[in-house]
Structure formats: structure tokens, C-alpha cells
Design a binder for this molecule. Structure first.
Ligand code: ADP
Ligand code: ASP
Ligand code: MG
Length: 839
């Protein structure tokens, strides 16, 4: 016996018995025999009457459209036709083993009609003007699929070719149902066939003259709603291949969420603005009768789906969904003479109407200086010409400057009843788009406040959609992260990221996605987020050769709202890329000192690029590892203080050496010990030379607005001249040569009541020096421990008693924590709600 208690059936499954429940299956639910075989189980509800509306098998309508086009162009359609035939006959084998059986015969008959129609189009050019032939070709898929569905559902099921009963006429917005005619025909059909379950062809219909037509692409949703009305159904279920209506197209926004419920109005707006899951006209026929519609997944029937009903309970987010209309253009009539002149808008829209151009979106500034409307790209030129013609007099007289046309645009729409009366919705949308560097070309909000639409460049579409999605907390703030140079600091950072990312996502709404990793020689690029804890192993021999441009392009991506590169290398070549990255809108975080202390012109380029790309460049960990040194200096300056001097111990290694050096053990012995403890660089001369400290001093000086470069720093190297160029082994062997001079300095200092420390100094007039100094016993630097760094800011406000930042300033863990802090401050600027929250 199972230990698990059976789950309660979902509420909708316990609904009272229904008189009539219409089901609709999309192509994806009819993809092959296995899918079709599942239909019976899916419609096994408690309704007495079950009309089942079917689309064509997945991909069939596209294939038929291509066949029709080929025939019209006089091209060979036969191989395509044969492939369709094979697919349908083979699918039929699952339901009827005998190829001479009724199902096979019926399919062959439909396929014969199709072949004849194609033949006619191919052979007779004048037949190509006959829309009915093409409509019959396009609708053939539903003939075939309905026969297969009927075979799967069982012999007691009827089959109804919708063309026998459904009468429509074409109108501007698509097909319009002739309800009286259709109702009468269906009544007659039911009289003749009895009230039995029935499979109905979706998509197809006839006009009042009996000529074949269709309801337009994706139209079988509409068919289902029409039949739900005609059958007086009390429920309509649309079965598709996603769990319901999602907050955005899941093909573009991977973390779109499934909505529990929406109002008719919300669903209509979303469908109108391109959400493929529902044909835009679907809801009208059910709305008038208040029939609830449920969108469900035929591949995951356990999911409850989305309920579309007259009213929907408010959801957490004011915006329910986002969608995109692609391939639009903006037409803008501009003119000073339009201000205050009545009837301008009317004249413009009448012109567009006359030219058969439909308008997706309208916006007019209150100055009436320009009127701007969004139209479908293929109608743009026609619309443009119509407006120019309608305003020819105004243009000639100079009242209007002309009509501007901008193509390659799309419209992003945010839809939700919760937006009505809610403040800040538009701000949130625009903010999200701005952070993703998406430029908005036109804005419209319907008076219903149920929809805010923006026209944006087509190239920005996916990135904009994801950024907008993130902005409404439908998905967390998402940052695409690339890490370069997993040495000690990089590895420690990855470990810290691995520990904290899940909590950041859950608690702070920030989603850091590690999508790229590089070492000096290799790189690994991933679309889905890598687990930082194990990502290091991906940089083995199998990884691709490192290409920093490809790396950055991947991190930037076309779609994730934000991008960041964390450079944990010590490479000048990587620093040389920062300006390009920042200009491209990639945030850069680094403990690498090369950019901050390197070539001055490059430093200026980086500063410019940062402004240009609206991206941030943070490098707190370049000085004092995790200590808040740079941010402290920034705060002092930003609040109007003025810097007099910086003094301090900026090297953890040298701090340890001089903290430990009391003359009892020779200096060289301590250098060896520091090396053994891993406190020094592999070659201790890199620390002893003072160069690293000088770099940090340059970074601080530049932060304070000084024009300082390494050459300007007086650096005292602790490595005797003779030992600077010799091999490491020789240097280590001759290390003792450091001892006597250092001993002499210590004794001299002691004679004056002082001790020795390695100090960096930046003075008020710009002088900068790095070296060993004798300091009195009460100096702050004499009270440090182990690898402590200490930075003393003497300023106008902190003149008598300088501000001191002190603490451990070396080691991979604290350096990585400093880097991580910068990463988080960027996330914070993007809207993350970091910080402790009490339960
Ligand atoms: P069917 O063949 O069942 O009619 P469609 O392909 O026409 O299915 O529509 C379902 C598809 O619509 C989904 O697979 C999904 O990729 C796409 N889609 C676009 N926008 C949305 C959305 N907002 N919610 C759900 N699906 C969407
Ligand atoms: N088969 C038709 C199409 O692909 C109708 C539909 O699937 O809804 O457009
Ligand atoms: Mg569809």
C-alpha cells in the first residue's frame, strides 16, 4: 500500500456536473499518434455533451500554406504533399491497422481534394484569385486531424465539418460570425445527428455564399469559443503545450510564471498584443455569456491551468503579463501649425482608415505638436503616403513639417487589471527598461489603465521583455555574470557566490547568474546559470581558448537585463578591455590594480566609457582587500570634505613583516617565514619592491581627483640593487644581504624612541612616497597586528584626529569578500533589496 495519501482532486475537477463542456486541442496536442491517443482521457469529464474542436496536427498548417504558395508560384508541391500524406496515414495506422479501412479511405479522399486544389492553382493562373481554393488548402489539416481524433475517441463520436454549419464574413478585424445563420445550421445538424459527443474541425468556415474560408492563423481557439457559444456550453477548455497563460512568452522569458487566473479583459489585451497562446478574437463569443475558459497543458494535465473568467482576483503584481507585437513602424506627423487645430487627429485616422491601415497604438503629446501612431510594418509605407496626401495642404503651407517613418520597431505591452489606479507601474516599467539600456520611442496608456505600451527597437525586444519582466518581480533582478581568472581570489569568490546566491535570490530578489568563466588561456560559456561551487572544473583542457571579446559578448547577451564582469586576474591585458566593456553597458568589478594605477589616458577612457554605457566600475578590493577604504574616501569627498593627506600601511605582507620584526630574528628569516605562510607573492621581491603599495597609493590619489601615476611616486625598494634582476633561487640564497642594513635602521629608530613600519604617503601638495619609516611609539601604525592594513585620512573635517580604517587587509577570503561587496552594491543599485530583514 502506498504510504502517501491521495491528493484531493483540484477544485475544478470537483465542479458540478456540466451540461456541455467544449474542449479544444491545439496542434501541439495532436503532434502524433501517441498524443492523439490521449484525447479520450483528457476529455473524460463529467459533462453530458462534449464538443471537441481540433486544430491541424502540429506544423501541418504551415506546411499547407507553403504548398499553396508553391502551387501559386508554379513550383513543385508534390514532395511536400506526399510527406503530409505519409505522416497522416502512418498516424492513422495506430487507430486502424487495415489500410483499406474507412479511416484510411477518408484521409485519402481529403488528400485527393487537396491535390486537386493544388493542381488547379498550379495550372490555372486565374484560379489563384479565388480565395476559397486557398482557404480549402489551408484548412485541409483540420479535415485530416478531425478524422484521426474521431478514430481515437471512439465509434460513438460524431464528426462535424465546421464548414457545414459555421457562417462568417470577413471584416477589418478578422472573421465575424453570422450567429443566426450558424445557429440555425447547427440546430438542423443536431436534429439530424442527435445530441452526441462530436469532434469539430477548428479554423475553417464558409461565407454566406457557401465559399470556403478560414478564421485566420491560430483561429481554432476562436472556433472553439464560437462553438462554446453555439452549444450554450458552460465551460471551455483550451488544451495546449504550456501550463496555462504565462506572464510572458516562455520562449523569450525562461522564468515566466503561470497565472492562476485572469479576467477576460486582461486575456484579451494580452492576446491582442501578441501572446500566441490565445487568438485575439477568442474571448468575445464566450464573454457575452460569461463562460469560464481554462487554458491547460495536455502534456501535464495535473497542472490546474489558467482560469479566464469575467473577474479575476488581484494578483501580487499589478501587471499580469507582458507581450510583444513585432514588426511595427512609427508614423509621426509633426507640425507647429497643428497646435490647437481641431480635427487633426480625426483627419489623420480617417486617412489611415481609408488606406486600410490598422493602428496598434497612438500617442499624442498634450502640446499637439505631433501625433504619432504605431502601425504594422508592411502597412507603414501605405499609411505614410495616405497621411502625406491627407495633409498635403498643411505641408505645403508649412503648418505641418511632414511625416516621419521609423521602422524596425516592436511594441511591448504590460497588461493587468491591477494597474487600474495603481501608482508607480509605469515608473517601474520605464526604470526596468532604462536599466537594460532600452530606448523608448513612443508610449501609450489606454484610458482603461489596463495596458501600458511602449514602442522600442526590434533588436532590443528580448532584452526589454526580460528587463520589464524582472522589474515587476515576475522574475528576480537578473544579472549575467562572467568571472575571469579563478586564482586564489577568484576561487574564494566562486565559493562565496555558491553559498550566497540562493539566499540572495529568495531574500533580496537578485538573481546572479554565472554564465561565463575564463582563465588566462581557457574559457567556458554557458546559457543556463553555472553552479559557482563546481564551475572551476569546467576550465579544463576541454574548454575553448580564451577570447575576451567573445567572453564579453556572451556575458552581455541579447536578453538578460544586466551584465557584469568580475576580473579577478592580475592581468594588464584584461584591464585594457574595461573601457569597451563599460561602454557596452557591462558593469565591471575587480581587485585588479592595473586599470586604476596604469596608463593615465587609459584611466580617462575608462571614466568616459563608464558614463557613456551608464555602467559601474567598482574596485574596492584593490586597496585594503575587504576593508572599506575607497568607499570611505568617496564618502568624505562626496560630502564636501577636502583631503589633506593619506598615510598608511597598504600591504598586508609588509605589515606582517614589520609587525614581527623586533630585531631578535633576522629580517631575512621573517621573509622566509612569510613566504612559507603564503603571505608573500611567489617571488617576495614583488612585495619588497614597494611597487604594489605604490599602485594602491595611485588608485587612492586618483580617486581623490589627483593626476598621479606610478612614475610620480618616490618608491623605496627593500630589494638591494644587486638582487633585483637575479633569478628567484639566487635571490632567496642571498636574502641575508638584507639583514645588516635593516638591523642598522631598526637600531637608529629605536635610539629615537621609534619603530619601523612600511608606509605610503600622499601629501596635500601631491607628493607621494612609499618606503620604510621610523614612527614614534604612539603612532597609530605602531598599534597594528599581523597583516593589518591601516589607512589614515587627514581632511579638513578630520584635521586634528585623522579618520582611520584598519583591519586585516590581505588574504583570498577577505579580498573576495571585498569583491563580492562591490557586486552587491551594483545589484543594490539595480533594485535588489539586500540587507537583513527581521521575521
Ligand atoms: P496550440 O498549438 O496549442 O494552439 P500555440 O503554439 O498556438 O499552441 O500556443 C502555445 C504557445 O504559445 C506556447 O507553447 C508558448 O510558446 C506560446 N506563448 C506565447 N506567449 C505566451 C504566454 N503569454 N503564455 C503562454 N504561452 C505563450
Ligand atoms: N491550424 C491553424 C493554424 O495553424 C489554426 C490553429 O492551429 O489554431 O493557424
Ligand atoms: Mg494556437
Amino acid at each position: 500500500m502506498s504510504a502517501v495519501a491521495p491528493l484531493d482532486p483540484p477544485a475544478f475537477a470537483r465542479a458540478p456536473q456540466r451540461a456541455c463542456h467544449v474542449h479544444k486541442f491545439g496542434g501541439s496536442s495532436l503532434a502524433d499518434a501517441a498524443h492523439i491517443a490521449r484525447l479520450a482521457a483528457l476529455v473524460a469529464t463529467d459533462a453530458r455533451l462534449r464538443p471537441v474542436v481540433v486544430s491541424a496536427m502540429a506544423g501541418t498548417t504551415n506546411a499547407l500554406v507553403a504548398l499553396g504558395d508553391a502551387a501559386c508560384a508554379g513550383e513543385d508541391w508534390k514532395p511536400g504533399w506526399a510527406a503530409l500524406r505519409t505522416r497522416h496515414l502512418e498516424t492513422a495506422d495506430a487507430f486502424e491497422s487495415d489500410t483499406g479501412g474507412a479511416l484510411h479511405i477518408a484521409l485519402e479522399a481529403d488528400l485527393g481534394v487537396l491535390a486537386r486544389d493544388l493542381q488547379t492553382l498550379e495550372a490555372h493562373a486565374d484560379a489563384r484569385d479565388d480565395d476559397a481554393t486557398l482557404a480549402r488548402i489551408h484548412g485541409c489539416g483540420e479535415q485530416l486531424s478531425s478524422r484521426l481524433a474521431q478514430a481515437a475517441l471512439g465509434p460513438e463520436w460524431h464528426r462535424l465539418d465546421a464548414r457545414e454549419v459555421l457562417v462568417v464574413h470577413a471584416a477589418e478585424m478578422g472573421a465575424v460570425v453570422d450567429w443566426d445563420a450558424s445557429r440555425a445550421k447547427l440546430a438542423a445538424w443536431r436534429l439530424a445527428h442527435g445530441a452526441r459527443d462530436v469532434v469539430i474541425t477548428g479554423f475553417v468556415a464558409r461565407d454566406a455564399d457557401g465559399r470556403d474560408t478560414t478564421l485566420g492563423r491560430n483561429g481554432s481557439d476562436y472556433s472553439a469559443a464560437i462553438f462554446a457559444n453555439l452549444f450554450d456550453a458552460d465551460a471551455l477548455t483550451i488544451w495546449t503545450d504550456v501550463d496555462g497563460v504565462l506572464s510572458a512568452d516562455p520562449r523569450l522569458v525562461p522564468d515566466a510564471v503561470c497565472l492562476d487566473a485572469m479576467s477576460y479583459a486582461e486575456a484579451c489585451e494580452l492576446a491582442y498584443f501578441g501572446a500566441k497562446v490565445l487568438h485575439p478574437q477568442t474571448l468575445a463569443p464566450v464573454q457575452s455569456r460569461g463562460v469560464p475558459v481554462r487554458i491547460r497543458n495536455s502534456r501535464n494535465p495535473a497542472a490546474p491551468g489558467t482560469l479566464i473568467a469575467p473577474e479575476a482576483a488581484p494578483a501580487a503584481s499589478p501587471v499580469k503579463g507582458l507581450s510583444l507585437v513585432r514588426d511595427v513602424a512609427v508614423l509621426e506627423l509633426v507640425g507647429n501649425g497643428l497646435v490647437g487645430v481641431p480635427g487633426m487627429a480625426e483627419r489623420l485616422f480617417a486617412a489611415l482608415h481609408g488606406a486600410g491601415v490598422s493602428v496598434t497604438m497612438i500617442s499624442q503629446g498634450s502640446s499637439e505638436h505631433s501625433i504619432c501612431c504605431v502601425v504594422r510594418a508592411e502597412q507603414a509605407q501605405r499609411g505614410h503616403d495616405a497621411i502625406v496626401e491627407a495633409f498635403a495642404d498643411a505641408i505645403a503651407e508649412g503648418q505641418a513639417q511632414g511625416v516621419a517613418m521609423t521602422g524596425d520597431l516592436c511594441v511591448l505591452a504590460a497588461v493587468g487589471d491591477g494597474m487600474v489606479g495603481a501608482q508607480g507601474v509605469a515608473a517601474r516599467l520605464f526604470d526596468g527598461l532604462a536599466q537594460a539600456h532600452v530606448n523608448i520611442r513612443a508610449i501609450a496608456q489606454g484610458a482603461s489603465e489596463r495596458n501600458i505600451s511602449v514602442a522600442i527597437a526590434q533588436d532590443d525586444a528580448t532584452r526589454a521583455l526580460r528587463a520589464a519582466h524582472a522589474a515587476f518581480w515576475l522574475s528576480p533582478q537578473t544579472v549575467s555574470v562572467g568571472v575571469i581568472g579563478p586564482g586564489n581570489v577568484g576561487r574564494a569568490l566562486l565559493a562565496q557566490l555558491g553559498e550566497v546566491i540562493p539566499a540572495l535570490r529568495a531574500r533580496a530578489g537578485v538573481d546572479l547568474r554565472l554564465r561565463a568563466l575564463a582563465s588566462g588561456r581557457r574559457m567556458h560559456l554557458a546559457d543556463a546559470a553555472l553552479d559557482p561551487a563546481t564551475a572551476g572544473t569546467l576550465l579544463d583542457e576541454a574548454a575553448a581558448a580564451c577570447d575576451l571579446d567573445a567572453f564579453a559578448a556572451h556575458v552581455r547577451g541579447g536578453h538578460l537585463p544586466h551584465a557584469m564582469i568580475v576580473d579577478c586576474s592580475a592581468s594588464d591585458a584584461v584591464a585594457a578591455k574595461y573601457a569597451d566593456w563599460l561602454a557596452a553597458g557591462i558593469h565591471v568589478v575587480t581587485p585588479n590594480k592595473h586599470a586604476g594605477s596604469g596608463d593615465w589616458q587609459r584611466y580617462l577612457r575608462i571614466a568616459d566609457a563608464r558614463a557613456q554605457g551608464a555602467s559601474r566600475f567598482l574596485y574596492e578590493a584593490t586597496v585594503g582587500a575587504g576593508l572599506p577604504v575607497i568607499v570611505t574616501l568617496r564618502n568624505l569627498l562626496d560630502t564636501g570634505d577636502s583631503l589633506h593627506a593619506i598615510d598608511g600601511m597598504l600591504s598586508g605582507t609588509l605589515a606582517w613583516l614589520f609587525n614581527s620584526y623586533d630585531g631578535r630574528r633576522p629580517f631575512s628569516e621573517l621573509v622566509r617565514e612569510a613566504q612559507a605562510l603564503g603571505y608573500t607573492e611567489p617571488d617576495p621581491r614583488d612585495d619588497l619592491s614597494g611597487l604594489d603599495v605604490a599602485r594602491k597609493l595611485v588608485i587612492l590619489a586618483r580617486e581623490a581627483g589627483r593626476t598621479l601615476s606610478l612614475d610620480d611616486v618616490a618608491i623605496e625598494s627593500l630589494v638591494p640593487e644587486a638582487l633585483r634582476e637575479v633569478p628567484l633561487a639566487v635571490f632567496l640564497e642571498r636574502l641575508r644581504e638584507l639583514d645588516a642594513p635593516m638591523q642598522a635602521r631598526l637600531e637608529a629608530a629605536r635610539a629615537d624612541g621609534c619603530g619601523l613600519r612600511h608606509i605610503a604617503h600622499l601629501g596635500a601638495d601631491g607628493e607621494a612616497s612609499v618606503g620604510v619609516r621610523a614612527l614614534p611609539a604612539d603612532h597609530a601604525c605602531m598599534h597594528t597586528r599581523l597583516t593589518d592594513n591601516l589607512v589614515q585620512f587627514t581632511t579638513a573635517r578630520y584635521a586634528d584626529n585623522p579618520l582611520v580604517v584598519q583591519g586585516p587587509g590581505a588574504g583570498p577570503q577577505v579580498t573576495a569578500a571585498g569583491v563580492f561587496g562591490d557586486v552587491l552594491s551594483i545589484a543594490h543599485a539595480l533594485g535588489a533589496r539586500t540587507g537583513w530583514r527581521h521575521a
